[in-house]
Ligand binder design. Structure first.
Ligand code: AMP
Ligand code: ZN
Ligand code: FE
Ligand code: FE
Length: 284
């Protein structure tokens, strides 16, 4: 298999492969290209790019940015932004600070529910990641025997409608679209109709973001979308002239049914993303 998998995660956020391990696994899966899109950080880029050069895997510089649309969490994929862009870097730092600031409240809630997680256990799972996420809490809960796996931790405790969930700061969506483009990047809404976000991102709104040239693409082929959802999103994207992407959203051992290369992006779409990034002064 050869292929382009545009959205993956490493231990620099909540994946379980280091950037080098991710690249090695991509090569073993026969992938030619991966996008490294850790949550709210670019800290994995250098290691992944170096590993990619050695392994013959092209690594694209990506970010999965936490965004807010009227109180609903939306994930925005940014490709090819300039690492030096100060405004985007400051905004990513703000998102990461929001992740860290909610940690004491979440630990207190866990204790209230009879599931005490010592700070050092949590931070062992966070490791070197600058971007603390709920999956790290899930991993600590698995270690302590409270739940069997990340999925159960989310379903019973951590998901947005469950008792341990604590809201955090994330960038207003349209502000994020403008920041990414100003930093030379291309924008793709991640899994727009996965989980609960379909009602927040209706067809007309998505189409208007593309028409106003703030949004480049839509991640259609993602395992949070069933076949019917993919068909509807593909029709929307085609009508709106949005680029259509596909990815695994691989998190290593941290997410079942998201194997590397399970969904891919066409070479034509990658070429167009690249063209747009270069036209904007970014670097893919
Ligand atoms: P956070 O970054 O703290 O908001 O946590 C979001 C991350 O947790 C996402 O990257 C997903 O991979 C994962 N996640 C979110 N919701 C769920 C869920 N219901 N089940 C499994 N994983 C989830
Ligand atoms: Zn994640
Ligand atoms: Fe996501
Ligand atoms: Fe993701």
């Amino acid at each position: 298999m050869s292929g382009i998998d545009l959205h993956t995660h490493s231990t620099v956020s909540d994946g379980t492969d280091s950037p080098s391990e991710l690249v090695a696994n991509a090569a073993a899966s026969g992938l030619d290209v991966i996008g490294l899109c850790d949550h709210d950080t670019i800290d994995g880029w250098d290691e992944a790019l170096t590993a990619g050069e050695a392994a013959g895997v092209r690594v694209l510089r990506g970010i999965e940015m936490s965004c807010d649309l009227k109180g609903v969490s939306i994930h925005l994929l940014a490709y090819g932004t300039r690492a030096q862009d100060a405004e985007l870097a400051a905004e990513l730092a703000r998102n990461r600070a929001g992740r860290s600031e909610r940690v004491p409240t979440m630990l207190a809630r866990l204790a209230e529910h009879g599931l005490p997680v010592p700070e050092e256990v949590l931070y062992r799972h966070v490791g070197d990641s600058p971007s603390v996420g709920r999956p790290h809490f899930a991993d600590a809960m698995v270690e302590l025997g409270y739940v069997a796996d990340r999925r159960q931790a989310f379903d019973q405790w951590l998901a947005d409608d469950q008792p341990i969930y604590v809201a955090r700061y994330s960038t207003e969506l349209e502000t994020a679209l403008d920041l990414v483009r100003a930093a030379g990047g291309a924008t793709v809404i991640a899994h727009p109709w996965g989980r609960s976000s379909r009602a927040s991102l209706p067809t007309r709104y998505l189409a208007s973001l593309v028409a106003s040239r703030r949004l480049d693409g839509i991640e259609v082929d993602h395992n949070d979308h069933d076949d019917q959802t993919r068909a509807e999103l593909r029709a929307l994207a085609t009508t709106a002239y949005a680029l259509i992407t596909g990815s695994s959203d691989y998190h290593g051992a941290g997410k079942q049914d998201h194997d590397l290369g399970c969904n891919t992006t066409s070479p034509e779409v990658l070429a167009e993303l690249e063209r747009r990034v270069h036209a904007r002064g970014g670097l893919l």
